[in-house]
Design a protein around this ligand. Structure first.
Ligand code: MP5
Length: 216
């Protein structure tokens, strides 16, 4: 039987579901990685008011995301899937605490009404669970992969002077990388379907629009 390494060497990389979903969105994905919100956060040149706007919006998003993860866990097909999602849920406590500390230091009101875009994206997360596990896990993978790929792409060039380093580190750490790999493994157990491709497309568009909105 041919090994994966041999397949790589022969230029025949085995097609996995996660790779195939991502390949559909190559151009938009590239725009995520070079988005000015990401590059300016990394350089430390992002205007404080822009970061503040994003922080308040993203806090609402992450809290809804917590509910989404809990609901998705309830429809997870087996204990492997439940264990991987439990790891994601456990990481959200410290993450929300980071948002709350930063908001307090910046004098921000985290109960500010979210934008309609944010409401749409957050509501979509919750609604996707009703489409069943394959779509729900695709949504989860796409959301986390977007953040990992974007923040990891600037990790090594981040200015030591950026005031946003803790946030970049949160989504570019080796622990987060291995969580995203485990999510890819869950996606790869599924055959790609049109609803999964649509879900991946939607998350990609929402992610771009979210940063466009924050960046103004
Ligand atoms: C994430 C996020 C990453 N915080 N905000 C958006 C708009 N997309 C993705 O999710 P998490 O739960 O912070 O890892």
């Amino acid at each position: 039987m041919q090994t994966i390494r041999a397949a790589w060497e022969n230029g025949r990389v085995p097609e996995t579901t996660s790779r195939s979903l991502l390949a559909d969105q190559t151009a938009a994905w590239q725009r995520l990685l070079v988005h000015p919100f990401v590059t300016e956060t990394s350089a430390g040149s992002l205007p404080p008011a822009t970061f503040d706007r994003w922080l308040v919006e993203d806090y609402f998003f992450v809290r809804t995301f917590h509910s989404f993860l809990k609901e998705l866990s309830a429809v997870a097909p087996d204990s492997d899937a439940r264990a991987i999602l439990a790891g994601g849920l456990a990481a959200l406590g410290p993450e929300l605490a980071l948002f709350e500390r930063e908001a307090a230091a910046r004098g921000l009101d985290l109960s500010t009404e979210p934008s309609l875009l944010n409401l749409g994206y957050s509501s979509y997360l919750l609604a996707s669970v009703a489409e069943g596990w394959p779509v729900g896990i695709t949504v989860l993978y796409a959301v986390e992969r977007a953040y990992y790929d974007a923040w990891a792409s600037v990790r090594d060039t981040t200015s030591p002077a950026t005031p946003y380093a803790e946030f970049i580190a949160n989504w570019s750490s080796p622990e987060f990388a291995s969580y995203v790999d485990r999510l890819a493994w869950l996606v790869d157990r599924e055959e790609p379907t049109a609803p999964m491709r649509r879900a991946f497309y939607r998350v990609t568009r929402f992610e771009l629009a979210f940063w466009d909105l924050a960046h103004g």
